[in-house]
Design a protein around this ligand. Structure first.
Ligand SMILES: Cc1cc2nc3c(=O)[nH]c(=O)nc-3n(C[C@H](O)[C@H](O)[C@H](O)COP(=O)(O)OP(=O)(O)OC[C@H]3O[C@@H](n4cnc5c(N)ncnc54)[C@H](O)[C@@H]3O)c2cc1C
Length: 369
């Protein structure tokens, strides 16, 4: 840890999984970090997510998204271990495997999807009806076609957020809840301070990690990055015992089995602005979907329903890097459906940027426009 690093004051705006991961990564490398969160830490999209962690292979991945996913895939076990050692909190990360299936009557080609995974160097194993039955005995017997991604993982995101928060506290991060950032103070192209309602916070570097709310902050910097909230609803079912072990996916919808018998059913994709609420249509559709895949879930207890606002950026890719025309404003937002999965490597990229260590040229493709 150098004296130069110690002296650097970084302000992170937004305390979701992206902001907290960045704060922890920076603090571990000797940087002074303050996180300003408008509400409570880790209570927005990062809490609402299902915690699925799709696989990747860093030796083969070509696109920036695939490389970010693959690098994060490698970091998850290490981050989990380090968080557990430091905080005693188990985030529930494990590689449960995922099975994507084709619904009866669907014309979708699973072969094409298998080919895409394999081109990325990810193991994808076709499953016929008896292999499907062997892996998921409770699956609707009319479903006869699927494939397995054995390396797909999952994390209990609320626990992961608790662990990150605690690790930040222990690393000396100054965490301020109830502190909405409303503006920046500029000196030429440099942000010199971040304004909240109550005070001004001096900063050497400022990171915007405001999730779906990042557009407001970017407008303050003269950029109209079109971040948009995309609502996702989830139903949590409780069964007496664990019915299946793999995540089951059909396109963008899924069942995520927790080890304790609970099953998350997700998710809708709705462009309704900042309305974070569940709807009868959304929840009914998810329950019907769950019953269609696993009829036994018709007997499950509905424990809870919720909705979250995914941060969508144009092209569906996160924007990570320095904001053009500014000397010290950095953006890390727009992770859409994959912010939990992509959080570890996002944090590493930001640390490399701030410390001038960047060694990942591909990350340039994710730079803010
Ligand atoms: C239903 C659903 C299912 C999902 N499933 C998965 C999944 O299985 N796997 C996966 O990887 N991802 C999943 N996601 C996506 C994932 O949750 C998001 O990509 C991720 O949480 C984004 O993290 P974030 O920190 O950018 O945003 P958020 O968690 O929304 O955090 C942003 C924070 O910034 C704060 N903030 C905003 N503006 C300001 C301001 N001006 N001042 C101070 N604070 C501010 C907000 O209050 C908020 O706490 C899912 C999302 C949803 C909704």
């Amino acid at each position: 840890m150098t004296q130069q690093n110690r002296a650097r004051d970084v302000i992170v705006t937004g305390g979701g999984v992206i902001g907290l991961s960045i704060a922890w990564e920076l603090a571990r490398h000797g940087i002074q970090v303050r996180v300003l969160e408008q509400g409570s830490f880790g209570q927005e999209a990062s809490w609402a997510g299902a915690g699925m962690l799709p696989p990747g292979n860093p030796d083969v991945a070509q696109t920036a998204e695939a490389r970010l996913r693959a690098a994060s895939h490698q970091l998850w076990p290490e981050w989990t271990q380090r968080l557990r050692d430091q905080t005693g909190i188990d985030n529930g990360f494990h590689r449960c495997g995922g099975v994507e299936v084709r619904l009866p009557g669907s014309l979708e080609s699973l072969e094409e999807k298998i080919a895409v995974w394999r081109a990325e160097g990810v193991i994808a194993v076709p499953l016929n009806s008896s292999e499907l039955f062997h892996r998921i005995p409770v699956l609707n017997p009319e479903i006869t076609d699927g494939y397995l991604l054995p390396e797909l993982g999952q994390v209990r995101n609320p626990r992961h957020l608790k662990a990150l928060y605690q690790a930040c506290v222990q690393a000396g991060v100054d965490l301020r809840a109830g502190s909405p950032v409303i503006d920046f103070t500029w000196s030429g192209e440099r942000v010199t301070a971040v304004k909240t309602l109550a005070e001004e916070h001096r900063a050497d570097e400022v990171i915007v990690a405001g999730g779906a709310w990042s557009r407001n902050l970017m407008q303050r910097a003269g950029h109209d990055q079109l971040f948009e909230p995309v609502r996702g609803q989830i139903v949590l079912l409780e069964t007496q015992s664990s019915l299946f072990r793999h995540v089951i996916e059909v396109g963008a919808r899924y069942l995520v089995p927790r080890l304790d018998g609970r099953v998350l059913v997700g998710s809708t994709e709705e462009r309704v602005g900042f309305q974070k609420r569940t709807t009868a249509t959304g929840i009914a559709g998810l329950i019907e979907f769950a019953r269609q895949l696993v009829p036994a879930l018709g007997d499950a207890r509905v424990e809870r329903c919720w909705a979250g606002l995914r941060p969508y950026a144009p092209g569906g890719l996160p924007r990570i890097g320095r904001v053009p025309g500014t000397a010290n404003l950095i953006l890390a937002a727009g992770h859409f459906r994959a912010g939990l999965q992509l959080s570890p490597m996002t944090a590493v990229l930001i640390r490399e940027l701030i410390l001038g260590q960047s060694s990942h040229e591909w990350a340039g493709e994710l730079a803010p426009l």
